[in-house]
Design a protein around this ligand. Sequence first.
Ligand code: SF4
Length: 421
Amino acid sequence: MLDVFKGELFIHPAALDYSGNTCSHACAYCFASLRSADRRFSIAKLGKLCLGRSTSGALGDALFNLGYPVCVSNRSDPFCKANGDNTRAVLELLDLVPNGVFFQTKGVSDPSAWRALDAFRKKNVVMYITISSTSPEISRRIEPGAPDPADRIELARYAKSRGWEVIIGINPCVGQWMPEEDLISLEDTLLESGIDRYLVMPLSLNSRDATTMSGARREMLEADGVLDETIRHDGQFYHWVRQYRRMNRRGLHAYSVCGPLPCHMDDLACAKLGKHMNSVQHFTDYAWDEHARSGKTLFTFPDFLRVMTDGNPEMAAFSHPDMYKYILCINRAVWKAGGLAKTARTFPDVYRVLWNSPSMVHSPCNLWCFTRLVDGSGRPVRDERGDMQLVFLGGGPIASRDRKAAMTAEDLREKGVILKW
Ligand code: SF4
């Protein structure tokens, strides 16, 4: 299906996501809702859209018509066995429109998929390839349906030779699967082909995931103690942060989304895609830069709105009756509470709900570099429009349980933080 990119709120430069009906890679760490009934893909519908004959008025179609890029795919692998035929048709259609394409894949092994890429003429393309381990044995255990690491490196070289942006996803970055020495060796290999961009992310697992996952997946994750270490300890957290800091010190371009450090998201892929959606990480980057430039510590909703709509004036003006679905599909409780969450019609409406909702994972108030400003009773100190205010604290590899969720102006003064607009 082609729909708005809403599985994770505002973390990606693509505004839209084409995902296949399922995915046959069967990765141990997958949390894509592969059996969801709303995933059915219609080539006829996409054809109408690409030929300018769609009259549906759906939210995703409207953003597509504005020229925003498409992620192929965020909730499946476009080149896995189950999706190959559909993906070939999708690429032919996407070649007819100016929208950028952000591939997300674990590689290509099927000759017909290679031919489809050869025939794809588009230039505003990003090829993001996940390599979680360079060991074929480990890769076959944790991603049993996916191509071997060598096939993924071959695809990276091919994409580079086509002039596309190439990003290697060390995602998830797990010490047992990708020890530091293996990662350094991968970096050396890729550097020979001029590939130096990485997205490094932690394994995303919590204790609830651990209780609901299938026995087979649990077995895959329990090997080497990965499950236990991720849920009960911070071992994986430090491995992830250590690696992307080391890579940046080495002169590579390593990024992480919603991590403790700035990563200049615009450099990552946005320039190649042309028109793109700003992400919450853009706001993190802005806060670091602005704090370094002027000493600003107090950040408000107008700051966030300005960053999120920067370069996209039509996005600030865009209105659609289904806009509330961004909130509904991410956090039903926030949507149920009513107010703006239920009536949102514009992106600024959704951004405002996100800004003021600590229970939404990607709310700026949950970013590592901020704390919420509260009064002596623990209530948020709000501005004249009723929006929360955030105080910049900087970053550092500090485990979430050691960070306070909110602080008073007195707490902050004691720590040497002066509020500055
Ligand atoms: S490739 Fe992605 S969608 Fe497919 S099983 Fe692996 S993690 Fe899930």
